[in-house]
Design a protein around this ligand. Structure first.
Ligand code: PMP
Length: 440
């Protein structure tokens, strides 16, 4: 049974349907990145420029997803393209360091006070995996605490309680560790402590009990995949104090949240971390990740130490990615963040107005340049309240309807601003939402 939004989508995306049918023969479910799949099938991108993306059928859409918040300057920014071309022309990668990695590490250390040393990786997944390893090595403790609904990539320790069924996940104040799909050994589950977001009292209770075993708490200061839910500043401050008192390292996963301010989430919320993971925007659209933190922890990776943590990676800090990241960060001045965050606030307000006009109960969450829609009348502050607001039918109508209207957001209702956007694109989004969800 196809609904009207799907019928329109099928009509507009015939060439993508052909490509998807071919993909199904060589990729499982036609897919090689779970995040970009949606039914009936995704459109195939052919070109991006600024805030626009062209697909295989010639549809042009305004991109509010920006490869899941990565493309903060939009697509194919001329300075980033030039930096990539120049670096690639000199050799894409070497079994030797280049000056580029020093420059990008210096830039991150300059921007984030708690970051004194950096290791580069090729993805956010690797960065959080490395953070977990470093925390265990530094503290000598076996467990890791993460938040329910928190997404830190796809390695085993991160693939716990990312999107559990609430009735299988234990009490809200003391959630159980639920594997995110098959193949996660019990031995891994037993080392992951799950915490409720924005609930300091419950977190204190759990960590007071488990604390001596816990190496680190890893938190997204803006719960990203879990619904763009900002941490309350007093919650983050309390967590900082609590972890310090219990000898637990605090890891900020800023793979998304680094886009909140010039100095990332630590500047935005005014709370520092021991370790920070980066990704997305610091690679200027190319594969990237990084782990940064206090020298005394990061020096565990010093290869001159007989007891060092080994960390290889054929493409770590390759000059093309480093050059793209440097060119991107060079554009991200304090004024650029002001522009991004002002439009982000405008987008959240415009979306709220759209839902008021449509008389659809909804919450619009987010911070800085990130926004997300939840179909509930109740405030959304953590994974469970976001989950109560998940209305799969309405979300699907919003997502497919927006694609039909020429706007891209995530199927789960999240979006973000890129620097080339203006108030015109925000107003376009508001009107597109009103058309997409207007009664048929
Ligand atoms: N941490 C967070 C907060 C993320 O949002 C993501 C990806 N969306 C990751 C880690 C994993 O990064 P990657 O996809 O580069 O492995």
């Amino acid at each position: 049974m196809t609904d009207p939004a799907e019928r329109t989508y099928l009509g507009q995306n015939r060439r993508s349907a052909e490509l998807y049918a071919r993909a199904e023969r060589v990729l499982p479910g036609g897919n090689t990145r779970t995040t970009v799949f949606f039914t009936p099938y995704p459109f195939y991108a052919v070109r991006g420029e600024g805030f626009r993306v062209w697909d295989a059928d010639g549809n042009v859409r305004v991109d509010f997803l920006n490869n899941y918040t990565s493309l903060i300057l939009g697509h194919a920014h001329p300075k980033v393209v030039a930096a990539i071309a120049e670096a690639a022309a000199r050799g894409a990668s070497f079994a030797a360091p280049t000056e580029y990695e020093i420059l990008l590490a210096e830039e991150l250390c300059r921007r984030v006070k708690s970051v004194e040393r950096v290791r580069f990786t090729n993805s956010g997944t690797e960065a959080t995996m490395l953070a977990v390893r470093a925390a265990r090595a530094y503290t000598g403790r076996p467990k890791i605490a993460k938040f329910e609904g928190g997404y830190h990539g796809s390695h085993d320790y991160a693939a716990v309680s990312v999107g559990p069924e609430p009735d299988r996940a234990g009490p809200a104040e003391s959630p159980e560790a639920v594997p995110d799909g098959p193949g996660i050994p019990d031995a891994v589950l037993g080392t992951v402590v799950v915490l409720p977001y924005n609930n300091l009292e419950a977190v204190s209770r759990i960590l007071e009990r488990e604390g001596r075993e816990v190496a680190a708490v890893i938190i997204e200061p803006l719960l990203g995949a879990g619904g763009a839910i900002p941490a309350a500043p007093e919650f983050l401050r309390g967590l900082r104090e609590l972890t310090r008192r219990l000898g637990i390292l605090l890891i900020f996963d800023e793979v998304i949240a680094f886009r909140l301010a010039y100095g990332g989430a630590q500047e935005y919320f005014g709370v520092g971390a021991d370790l920070t993971t980066f990704g997305k925007i610091i690679g200027g659209g190319l594969p990237v990740g990084a782990l940064g933190g206090r020298a005394e922890i990061m020096d565990l990776f010093d290869p001159r130490r007989p007891d060092r943590i080994g960390h290889g990676g054929t493409f770590n800090a390759n000059p093309v990615t480093m050059a793209a990241g440097l060119a991107t960060l060079a554009e991200l001045t304090p004024a650029a963040y002001e522009h991004l965050n002002r439009l982000g606030e405008l987008a959240r307000r415009r979306l709220r107005r759209a839902f008021e006009r449509l008389e659809i109960p909804a919450q619009v969450t987010g911070a800085g340049s990130v926004f997300a829609v939840h179909f509930t009348a109740e405030p959304v502050t953590d994974y469970r309240s976001a989950r109560r607001g998940a209305n799969p039918q309405l979300l699907r109508r919003l997502h497919l309807g927006l694609l039909n209207e020429g706007a891209i957001i995530a199927p789960r209702g999240m979006g973000c601003i890129s620097t080339p956007m203006t108030e015109t694109e925000v107003e376009f989004l508001g009107q597109a939402v009103e058309r997409a969800l207007a009664a048929p």
